[in-house]
Design a protein around this ligand. Sequence first.
Ligand code: G4P
Length: 506
Amino acid sequence: MSDRRTFAIISHPDAGKTTLTEKLLLTGGAIHLAGEVKARGQARRARSDWMKIEQQRGISVTSSVMTFEREGITFNLLDTPGHEDFSEDTYRTLTAVDSAIMVIDAAKGIEPQTRKLFEVCRLRSVPIITFVNKVDREGRPVFELLDEIADMLALDVSPQAYPVGMGGEFEGVLDFATGCVARPEGPSKEFTGTRDCDPAIPERFAEEIELAQIGYPEFDLEAYRNGDLTPVYFGSALKNFGVTELIEAIAKYAPPPRPQPAGDEQIAPDHNEVTGFIFKVQANMDPNHRDRIAFMRQVSGTFKRGMKLTPSGLGKPVAIHSPILFFAQDREVADTAEPGDIIGIPNHGTLRVGDTLSEKNAIRFTGLPNFAPEILRRVALVDPTKTKQLRKALDDLSEEGVIQVFYPEIGGQWIIGVVGQLQLDVLISRLSAEYKVEARLEASPFATARWIKGDEKAMNEFEKFNLSNLAKDRDGDLVFMAKSPWDVNYQQEKNPDLTFSATKER
Ligand code: G4P
């Protein structure tokens, strides 16, 4: 069995994802002082202007990879952007993990963003471990929380721990497996390692605890791995409760690298060649160097530095000389990597999101779609001589998945599309900070877009009559720009030989 655990944390903003990430890294020995995740974030922000958005809104726009090792297991934690807008970037990150931790605020229960991200995990049968956070504060009753998770997500819940009181009454967290209570200590009431394994449980909690143990399904590894059951842990990321138990649960239960779909095939980790797919591209990580890093999720084989792999988008092999592994505090050049690992491949725009990399160039991984944009805007240059720079910037940013670009068949004004408003802010500030292009966004006559497909005759016919509503995306595929959702339905009915698709897979 593989010793890799590649996972992400999903949550609504403020539930405690950053705090928990930091504590997981601390417990995993990857960092040594609390505050480092944030501190590192601040150093990054100082370097790049557009990160100001992160600061202003208190959110994380970029996603990164953090690797740490503990007791023989290598954990690859992929950070998903936690803002309110659903973004393609988040979706794609979740295509690269084998499991997820769902963090819930004990006072709030399931919030909208948790739910959306959960749905994405379900689509891909990504198993979930639940962590109910902030039990050191006043929260909702435990049974109410458990039942809400079960009802709202249509999932069996299996509690593995129980908070002995919350807020002012908080006396620690009981771990069902060992029967020990992790106790708060000192003036800050943190967990510093003291476990009481012969605990006297106050009368008023005893009945509840018994009910939690017998009233819910027992943990079942298969049901969890199928995505039908979630083990539920209670704790406090801030005060260190439940963090070790969580890491141990991932080590013990979370699936090792899973096979990935490639059309009708499933490519397993023991497949006889190195394969992987690009789920994220990030340009200008360091504005002083126009570097661009493609993040590859390795699916099979043992990767060795210098190896030649063929990207599906390019057709000819490239030698991967300086692959990067991402440790919490450092980047390291990787000499070898295994299935489940994420390696960063520096490149000059040859690698794109959705590309498969392989030795024999015979496999194409599927399931990394683009989504039809819900907001469309025209980009207007403040300085019209900057057309070339604008095109380059839009190309880069669409490659990263920040935006999509559409080139209308008639007229020269490019249209950009995004799934959420935040992406527009990111666009404008990055254009200015990284490309020195000042631009404005203007209303576009279109409300949404659909990729169209059909036989040549039907396509030609449609093009003839709808030229002013057609554009090409950056791959040259034809897109119908619709004025309203009604418009899409109308055209679909009128042209039954064509398909109008809201997603596109490369
Ligand atoms: P996010 O990444 O999910 O958005 O959440 P983050 O970790 O930034 O946590 C949001 C707020 O919740 C922070 O407070 C954080 O300190 C607090 N928090 C996280 N885990 C716990 C917990 O277990 N118990 C309690 N009581 N609070 C917790 P903040 O005041 O917004 O930020 P800060 O100034 O403390 O950094």
